[in-house]
Write a protein that binds this ligand. Structure first.
Ligand code: SF4
Length: 331
């Protein structure tokens, strides 16, 4: 079974479910073929964005599948050992169950101590190595030089879940969606990975019914990565959800857009690492502008441009997505 797992991952075109969407088979092949005396596997269970809670759901309901996926990686990659990297509340909640499942295996549980950014892959290496939690420059990429300088395979909990399914030929090309906000049936749903947002909301009985009709004026959604997701209008819901597959529904009439943007900016202020000036200063300036409850679009666009073009890591670039889409479409 494990002999041809890399071929199976490629055949099934599995993309990592941690947001970046890198082909899993290719990543496994790179780590397997890297020349080194030791290699590491990390299962990332650190999901830290508000309104993204699917990995927690999988840990709660399918921990055996996650561990089976890691076991397959251990069998596939020579001289490897593994870490399950858990955000604090997941560590406390699932520790005993996971300890039972990993008994006798070279797998260590690691409790995350930092905020959202400490779920970024190179920041995870820094955390496990006991260093300051900030991202490292890439390349070298983790399959070449990762944890403690050794080739490292890092996938998130959902990816390992699907790998276990693929190994048993039970993969149905699904993914897990976190649905929240002004909906009737908040929760996590496993559904086909290419369903459009509109269909997902209708099938889960979460399609908004605000006002006399669910028209363009009555709601909007934030889709993708929780707080860093893109704002979409009802006429834009014929596309699948990207990145972390979170969908948040807002009642347009009841939503105070400035309060919402202040909530986002506070999240980014608390969770950026202050390593680079564009993000450290840029996020601070956005907060300063929002304090006035008045938008200077030109100034904000200049800040967004600098964040997108010069931020050191993906968090700085992700900051732009929610603000620019909300300002363009709603304000
Ligand atoms: S973009 Fe933000 S989070 Fe990333 S390194 Fe710079 S300050 Fe840190």
């Amino acid at each position: 079974m494990t002999k041809d797992i890399i071929a199976k991952l490629k055949e099934n075109e599995l993309l990592g479910r941690g947001g970046a969407g890198f082909p899993a088979g290719l990543k496994w092949e790179m780590v397997k073929s890297a020349k080194a005396e030791k290699k590491y596997i990390i299962c990332n269970c650190s999901e830290g964005e508000p309104e993204v809670f699917k990995d927690g759901f999988i840990l709660e309901n399918y921990p055996k599948d996650i561990v089976n996926g890691i076991k397959i990686a251990l069998e596939t990659i020579d001289n490897s050992s593994a870490y399950i990297y858990l955000r604090k509340d997941y560590f406390d909640k699932f520790k005993s169950k996971l300890e039972e499942l990993i008994k006798g295996l070279p797998i260590t549980l690691f409790k995350k101590t930092g905020g959202y950014l400490s779920g970024e892959e190179t920041t995870i290496f820094a955390a496990i190595e006991g260093k300051r939690q900030e991202p490292r420059i890439k390349p070298p990429f983790p399959p070449q030089k990762g944890l403690f300088g050794y080739p490292t395979l890092i996938n998130n909990a959902e990816t390992f879940y699907h790998i276990a399914k693929i190994a048993k030929d039970e993969y149905k090309k699904t993914c897990f969606y976190s649905i929240s906000g002004e909906v009737e049936n908040k929760g996590v749903y496993e559904l086909p990975k290419d369903w459009p947002i509109e269909k997902i909301l209708k099938e889960t009985k979460n399609f908004p019914k605000f006002g006399p009709s669910a028209d363009e004026a009555s709601f909007f959604v934030q889709a993708g990565g929780g707080v860093s997701g893109e704002i979409l209008l009802p006429n834009e819901l014929s596309q699948p959800v990207k990145w972390l597959r979170a969908i948040i529904v807002f009642n347009r009439e009841k939503t105070d857009c400035f309060a919402l943007m202040k909530k986002w900016v506070n999240f980014f202020l608390e969770n950026n690492c202050d390593k680079c000036a564009p993000c450290r200063e840029g996020v601070y300036r956005i907060a300063e502008i929002l304090e006035k409850n008045k938008i200077n679009k030109q100034l904000l666009n200049d800040i967004f441009f600098v964040l997108e073009e010069t931020s050191f890591c993906a968090l700085g670039r992700a900051v732009v997505v929610p603000f620019s889409s909300l300002i363009e479409k709603i304000l």
